[in-house]
Write a protein that binds this ligand. Structure first.
Ligand code: BYC
Length: 316
């Protein structure tokens, strides 16, 4: 038996025993690469995810709503930073990750390529998008790679605040004037299907799931998490008095789950490939921010070098 195979067996045995893998531990190259891919794409999603919501900060309908939204958008930036740091422990630099985002090599969640057309969209994002993110991320608090799992614990606490602020916005609108209720319904209509797409392709079309389940990166499959989201969210929509835009949706007594309609997979892949309604705008905004921020990064580096030199001067 080659030493590599032996190491792989020992590695799998550690995973099977529920041990966490830490950055300096031996790991198969594919495990490292899968994590760099998933964690960096997750970080990019958090950062790109600030754009559709940031669009509404200056137009929030009250000071309370503005403060809540500002805090949420700021939290997303923080999530991006914890996640970039977790990915860096695997030997990729932050500059490389940004480069992959800016050149379109790295993906980010499809959901952020849809526009936010009304204030109700901010409610729908908190309720549905953060709601879907929590379901996926609670699973990731138990993922096998230590730094990712630990980052997720804190992120999930913040996401649950986000989900509640979104649901509260929806509640206010749904119990408001007929026009407000209509706005809420319209936001639900536009965000329902893209939210279901967040969980990724069907299990049979998901090339990464089998290996990721074996390595306990994923504890549940895309379809299992999607079902969990539908089961939790339908009663919440009923409480709001809003209808889910899926005529086939119905409770299945035998399965103990809701049956729901087929996702438009053509739309999903188009958005993933860069052809969604806002892909170009989102990437352009990130590239602009990177280029316009160059002087800030240069100044911070120059200051850090100057401070280091001062420290050495004082020490000698
Ligand atoms: N969008 O084999 P699969 C948030 C890609 S942000 C785009 O199932 P995997 C928030 C997938 O990457 C929350 N691409 O892959 C922030 C793969 O392509 P590559 C974001 C998608 O990785 C601001 C290919 O399709 N959450 O909370 O096993 C405001 C085949 O898929 C998508 C995360 O990132 C998609 N929806 O499973 C508000 C969670 N789905 O990479 C809220 C962490 C699939 O091979 N990520 N693809 O070229 C994951 O849990 C997994 O990566 C996924 C996909 C479940 C997303």
């Amino acid at each position: 038996m080659s030493p590599e195979i032996n190491l792989e067996e020992q590695f799998q045995a550690r995973i099977d025993a529920g041990q966490k893998i830490e950055p300096k531990d031996w790991m198969p190259e594919k495990y490292r690469k899968t994590h760099i891919r998933q964690i960096s794409q997750h970080a990019h999603s958090e950062v790109v995810g600030m754009l559709p919501e940031g669009n509404w900060i200056t137009r929030a309908p009250s000071l309370r709503r503005k403060v809540g939204l500002l805090a949420k958008v700021q939290d997303e930036a923080g999530h991006g930073l914890y996640l970039y740091s977790a990915a860096e422990t695997l030997g990729i630099s932050r500059d490389e990750m940004y480069e992959q985002l800016h050149t379109g090599k790295a993906k980010y969640s499809s959901i952020f390529n849809y526009p936010t057309l009304s204030w109700a969209d901010i409610g729908a994002i908190g309720w549905l998008v953060d709601g879907a993110a929590i379901i996926n991320q609670v699973m990731l608090t138990r993922t096998s790679f230590g730094p990712y799992a630990r980052a997720m614990v804190r992120i999930c606490k913040e996401e649950s605040f986000h989900q509640r602020q979104g649901y509260e916005i929806m509640l206010g609108l749904a119990k408001g004037t007929p026009e407000q209720k209509e706005m809420a319904q319209d936001a639900l209509n536009r965000f329902w299907w893209p939210s279901l797409m967040m969980f990724g392709p069907r299990d049979e079309d998901s090339p990464n799931t089998a290996q990721s389940v074996k390595w306990k990166i994923k504890r549940k499959t895309n379809d299992e998490l999607r079902q969990q989201f539908v089961d939790i969210t339908v009663p919440q929509a009923e409480f709001l008095g809003l209808s889910i835009p899926d005529p086939t949706l119905q409770w299945n007594e035998e399965r103990g789950h809701y049956d729901f309609g087929e996702i438009d997979w053509n739309e999903f892949w188009q958005v993933v490939k860069g052809n969604g309604p806002c892909n170009k705008e989102r990437l352009a905004a990130r590239v602009d921010a990177w280029e316009e921020g160059a002087w800030v990064r240069d100044a911070a580096m120059a200051y850090a070098e100057w401070k280091e030199k001062e420290k050495i001067k004082k020490a000698v």
